[in-house]
Design a protein around this ligand. Sequence first.
Ligand SMILES: *Cc1c(COP(=O)(O)O)cnc(C)c1O
Length: 428
Amino acid sequence: MPVSENSLKFDRDHIWHPYTNLNRPTPTFGVESAEGVYLNLSNGQRVIDGMSSWWSMIHGYNHPELNQAIKDQVDVMSHVMFGGLTHQPAIDLSKKLVDLTAPDLECVFLADSGSVSVEVALKMALQYWYVKGLQKKSKFLTIRNGYHGDTFGAMSVCDPENGMHAMFSGVLPEHFFVSAPDCKSDDDWKPEFIAEFKSAIEKNNEKIAAVILEPIVQGAGGMRVYCAEYLRQVARLCREHNVLLILDEIATGFGRTGTFFAYEQADICPDILCVGKAITGGYLSLAATITTRKVADVIGGGQDGNLMHGPTFMGNPLACAAANKSIELLLSSDWLSNVRRIERQLLDELMPCLKISSVADVRVKGAIGVIELKNSLDMHKIQPRLVELGVWIRPFGKLLYIMPPYVINSDQLSVLTMAMQTVALESL
Ligand SMILES: *Cc1c(COP(=O)(O)O)cnc(C)c1O
């Protein structure tokens, strides 16, 4: 459906978009339809989506099989409450999640968004120590540059300056933060890289319920990549100091970093895992928190053993049907070759940008490509410029980054990397 000029004016005057100012609206484009890797804009332009609608649309838009899965489900039952009722789509999805994650992860909480799955993970960790009589373990330890969502618990473990929520710092519970990891690859690992984390956990473990972090790639809080050895050390220190490990794979899950889950690269298993974003192939909002039998048993063994969370739209059948189909599509495709192919091309086409003097850093991991500029980009100018270049890329701050749908072909990917290079050259 075309978006008229009148509608766009109403949008500017009345509707908040993510992280926007109604008094100073940034350019916002109407989308008429979407197909494969393309968004068809109301201004008649067709742009290649480099964002996968924020990590989620991994199979591309308007996918016939995903469309059909939802159509089939809507004719049977679009929603029922999950309190006291259950259904096959939720059971099938939970089975898949148990099978696909590490063997110890076997208990599933279906949440309606990534932020909610993080809230549930934090609650699980607090409830675990509460039942064990260690109520003092009520803080979290995390690394800077993290992003875990926009609700209050999640905000409190986001980067305190970078995490988009600095103004709420007085209201948020205070947790422990250490510097973001600095190690780029396992080959140049040095014990110094973990020193600050180690001393924080040694000093404060009696107050710490869990460590929470994004494994291998930190997303919206800085688009940083770090080595698997850091994660291995974190997992070891958590075990040694009686602290639970929560991994937030909402951005990295479902193949994005070159393994099905990023934690596989460190050969570890978290106590609690959050997944979301790509879980439904970008079709509907859904996320999950998955934990071990050990954690579930402790929580369940408490005087009031109920896990105290239960969203209205928990386990929505349409979202579960989309997730079941998306995971089937992923597993029946050669997703790993696709991600590796994208990674190779991103390395070839983005690394040369390091020579451009406006560029501070270039990072590639799996199907993720990042150019960090030396100066912040002006969204009012840069968003229309990128559209003019035929791409949908949404930079923030100094970061110009893409995580395209896995089905993107090499010509389409080149259009994205060329646009990034052009913007870097124009920022000189
Ligand atoms: C997007 C994201 C979240 C929040 O998910 P929502 O669905 O937006 O609430 C949490 N953690 C990470 C790592 C994310 O990328």
